[in-house]
Write a protein that binds this ligand. Structure first.
Ligand SMILES: Cc1ncc(COP(=O)(O)O)c(C=O)c1O
Length: 419
């Protein structure tokens, strides 16, 4: 593996501060390329769209290129299958409301205990249309989805299946292909929350055959912006909640109001940054992605290289984390099963609240999250809600072995220190 983490880090000005960023599942740092693209938008093309003058036309061209870039990132068939919005949560509420128009009382929607609430509450909202919500349980021992329970909940009454690609709390990845094909056999539409999966694994919406999929660019080195993929035919058939003068074709009919143009410019730069990672470090993975070329190929190989690098770091983290006295780790800890999880781990320490642990690390310039990170249903299921949740450490492609070792040293020392 020729991955050079120091070269990667040199692109991220925030990393020069000396702080250790293990808060990636909440939001990652951005590269200079992204910062420059946002500034350049304001300097050279700041205007509303569809005007008869240069800045408006440059904005139009940049936004079109950004749709194409995300079609490459997700392997969509067309840039018109990519919808931008303020964040994943808002896009999901919009699409659930649109899908809700097709529901009749008694129709069923499947959600899971593993998901972030942004992939639960927008579906619960459809109870007002008479929809019945069915919950898929987890295996508590390793925080993976109970697929047998999923099959029990699924029936011809199921109209929508809402499932995550990976848990933002405990890192478990779902077997999306199985879940999606079973849902389609039952005649349901599948919505995938790929917010936590997108930074850690290549995503191919055609291979998955999902109907809808959402992610957030700020989780993978870009600005705060949400992205929704939808099969064109589905987006076309759905009625959008929109103003009358706005275009009535996908993706524009779902992009309500004036978009965050500077954010879209930064998001385009984030995709191009990732493609450059693929160009530099992706060659060993190219054989797995023979059907792709150009930016699509570089994006796939970038994520493959990132996945392997993060896995190596995570093995080191988990191997020693498991040995810390008084630690309780939630999720898959078996190193042999690391292809089924992201490098995100949640844990509690005996005698310390998650906030105390996060504060202690924060004082040493190590940034980790504590709480429920909006994975409310999961925290409830694990009995952690109301107890401060858990501490969450998330590795990103710019973290290093030295950072992991420093965290482990401090945690071990903190766990064994008498209070
Ligand atoms: C798995 C997952 N889904 C959805 C969301 C919500 O994304 P957004 O902040 O873009 O609304 C998050 C944010 O943390 C997340 O981690």
């Amino acid at each position: 593996m020729n991955y050079d983490v120091n070269e990667i880090r040199s692109h991220f000005p925030a990393l020069q501060s000396g702080a250790i960023f293990f808060d990636g599942p909440g939001g990652t740092q951005v590269s200079q390329q992204v910062i420059d693209a946002v500034a350049n938008y304001y300097k050279t093309m700041n205007a509303n769209t569809h005007g008869a003058f240069a800045t408006a036309q440059k904005s139009d061209a940049m936004i079109a290129e950004a749709h194409a870039a995300f079609a490459d990132f997700l392997n969509a068939r067309s840039p018109d299958e990519i919808v931008f919005g303020p964040n994943m949560t808002t896009l999901t509420f919009n699409i659930s409301r649109a899908l809700g128009r097709w529901l009749n009382p008694g129709d069923e929607i499947i959600v899971t205990h593993l998901d972030h609430d942004a992939d639960i509450s927008p579906w619960l909202a459809l109870e007002e249309r008479g929809a019945i919500i069915r919950w898929v349980d987890i295996h508590q021992d390793d925080c993976t989805l109970d697929l047998a329970d999923y099959e029990r909940q699924l029936s011809t009454k199921t109209k929508i299946v809402a499932v995550g690609g990976a848990s933002n709390a405990v890192g478990s990845m779902n077997d999306l292909k199985t879940i999606i094909s079973l849902a389609h056999m039952a005649g349901a539409v599948v919505f995938v929350d790929a917010v936590h999966l997108a930074p850690h694994s290549p995503i191919d919406v055609q291979d998955l055959d999902c109907d809808l999929l959402a992610c957030s660019v700020y989780k993978y080195y870009g600005p705060h912006l949400g992205v929704l993929y939808g099969k064109y035919d589905l987006l076309d058939r759905l009625q959008a909640y929109k103003v009358r003068p706005a275009e009535n074709t996908p993706p524009h009919k779902f992009e309500t109001g004036t978009q965050n143009h500077e954010g879209i410019a930064g998001a385009l730069a984030a995709v191009n940054y990732l493609a450059s990672v693929g160009e530099k470090y992706g060659a060993p993975y190219a054989a797995q992605f023979k059907q792709f070329s150009g930016r699509r190929l570089h994006l796939k190989t970038a994520l493959a290289a990132i996945k392997e690098y993060e896995k190596k770091l995570f093995v080191r983290l988990m191997t020693s984390l498991r040995e810390i006295p008084g630690i309780c780790i939630y999720g898959i800890t078996d190193l042999a099963r690391f292809d089924y999880r992201t490098p995100t781990v949640a844990f509690t320490l005996d005698g310390k609240t998650p906030r105390e642990v996060a504060e202690h690390l924060g004082q040493q310039n190590i940034y980790v999250w504590d709480g429920n990170y909006y994975a409310l249903a999961l925290m409830d299921r694990l009995g952690l809600e109301g107890q401060g949740g858990a501490v969450r450490v998330g590795l990103a492609h710019y973290n290093t072995v030295e950072e992991v070792d420093r965290l482990l040293r401090l945690l071990t020392e903190y766990a064994t220190r008498s209070t």
